[in-house]
Structure formats: structure tokens, C-alpha cells
Ligand binder design. Structure first.
Ligand code: GLP
Length: 246
């Protein structure tokens, strides 16, 4: 795992966009694994700008997203399909039929998860998987647990996650309590993994995933098992790593 400290959120966002853009340059039909949340927003803005300037091309790209709230559909503005349209897909020359997010409207969890895993195997390994990091060390919606979940699964969201994500909803009661998430195996299948970490509230989790034991209690620690992980962190997110002299 390579941990790169940028000067600011803006700088790590641009660096993240450069890394994703370089994938598209060498492989125009790349499979991109994408994430939602505030962490990748700056990267998406930069990618949109370069696409509109004609510097990068999304026409051959396929995307698979990490997760979706159970019960939310494409028209729900707090849902992740909506987020992806707003932040990327509506502004670049991508074929939306080649963009995939778990089906939050499928009430049968087993079916939703099975179908998403089938889709992931059809599409093939992600050339690069973008990740944010939860304050409790979660990746996608793989919450702290006593075991790692391999495949796509239905997750009961941790209280701390519901609280952290309440800022996107009218009230904490509106945050769905369950989500469909790509599993750890699906994430580690990616050829390369890019983790964007910003803010002091992530500093302990970042230390734990990078230097702590590999444990399902800190799902992101599984990334230590992958040999192509790049973490881009701003100075606030680096504070615990720095205070421990790493
Ligand atoms: C959310 C998402 C994750 C995201 C993480 C961090 O709950 N399911 O995919 O990476 O939490 O979010 P943020 O970037 O907004 O801090």
C-alpha cells in the first residue's frame, strides 16, 4: 500500500483524477469501479472537466459501483445511482447502459446480490476501483463485523454510518437502514485500488487500515492483502499516521 500525502483535498482530487485518466488513456474500454460519498466528488469534477475539454474519452468505458441503499431507486436524490448521474454520468460521453449500480429497488436481497455478482463476473475485473473510507474503517458498505463478506450482500448499516450519512438526508430517520454492497472479494478483484481519504474524522481509520491488524473489525484493513493500493490523503487525514511517526 502506497500512502501519498497531498497538500489539500483539491490536490488529492486532481491526483486521483490523473490516475483514473491514465487508465482510460491506456485502456479506452476500461472497467472502472466507482464510489459515492463526498470523498470522490473533487475527482469527478476534474474528470468531467477533462472530458469536456476533449482530453479523456468515456465512450468505451464500463462502470460498476460499490453500493446502493436498499429501497432507493434511480430517481431518489439521496440514492447512489442519482449521485453518479449528477456527479459524473450526465456530464461525460459515457454510454449509461454500461454503468451499473446494485438495484436498490429489488426487495429480495438474495436476488439483488446474486444478480449483481453475476453482473460483476460478466463485466470482468475492475481495472481500477475507487474507494472512500468510512470513519469506522468501512469500504463500500462493508461494515465492521466478525467476518469478511466475500460477495455482494445486504448490510445492516452501523449507527455511526447512519449518523455520518444523515447529512445527505432531511433527518437521520430518513437514512435507509440497509444497503446492498459489493463484498471484499469483489473489491480486491480490482487490478488497482485507489483510496481517497480526507479530513481528521478519517485519520484513525486511515492509520488502522494501513498499519493495523487485518481484521473484519476494520474492513478496509483487507486492502493490505492487495499489492496495488494507492491511498491519497490530505494532511488532516494523515494526522494519526504522522503522530505515530510512520
Ligand atoms: C459511505 C459509502 C462509502 C463511502 C464512505 C465515506 O457510507 N457507502 O462508499 O466511501 O461512506 O463517505 P464520505 O466520502 O462521504 O466520507
Amino acid at each position: 500500500m502506497v500512502v501519498y500525502e497531498g497538500k489539500s483535498y483539491e490536490e488529492i482530487s486532481e491526483r486521483a483524477a490523473q490516475i483514473v485518466a491514465s487508465e482510460l488513456i491506456v485502456k479506452p474500454n476500461a472497467v472502472l469501479g466507482l464510489a459515492t460519498g463526498s470523498s470522490p466528488v473533487g475527482m469527478y469534477k476534474q474528470l468531467v472537466k477533462w472530458n469536456q475539454e476533449g482530453k479523456i474519452d468515456f465512450s468505451g468505458v464500463t462502470t460498476v459501483n460499490l453500493d446502493e441503499y436498499k429501497g432507493l431507486g434511480p430517481d431518489d436524490d439521496q440514492g447512489y445511482r442519482y449521485f453518479m448521474n449528477e456527479n459524473l454520468f450526465d456530464h461525460v460521453n459515457i454510454n449509461k447502459e454500461h454503468t451499473y449500480v446494485p438495484n436498490g429497488l429489488e426487495p429480495d436481497s438474495d436476488k439483488a446480490c446474486r444478480e449483481y455478482d453475476e453482473l460483476l463476473s460478466r463485466v470482468g475485473r475492475q481495472d481500477i476501483q475507487v474507494l472512500g473510507l468510512g470513519g469506522n474503517g468501512h469500504i463500500g458498505f462493508n461494515e465492521p463485523d466478525t467476518k469478511f463478506c466475500k460477495g455482494t450482500h445486504c448490510v445492516r448499516l452501523a449507527e455511526s454510518t447512519i449518523k455520518a450519512n444523515a447529512r445527505f438526508f432531511n433527518s437521520p430517520e430518513d437514512v435507509p437502514t440497509e444497503a446492498y454492497s459489493m463484498g471484499i472479494k469483489g473489491i480486491l478483484a480490482a487490478r488497482k485500488i485507489l483510496v481517497i481519504v480526507s479530513g481528521a474524522q478519517k485519520a484513525q481509520a486511515l492509520y488502522d487500515i494501513a498499519y493495523g491488524p487485518i481484521t473484519p473489525g476494520v474492513p478496509g484493513s483487507a486492502l493490505q492483502l492487495h499489492d496495488q493500493v494507492i491511498v491519497l490523503a490530505d494532511p488532516e487525514a494523515m494526522s494519526v499516521i504522522r503522530s505515530k511517526g510512520r
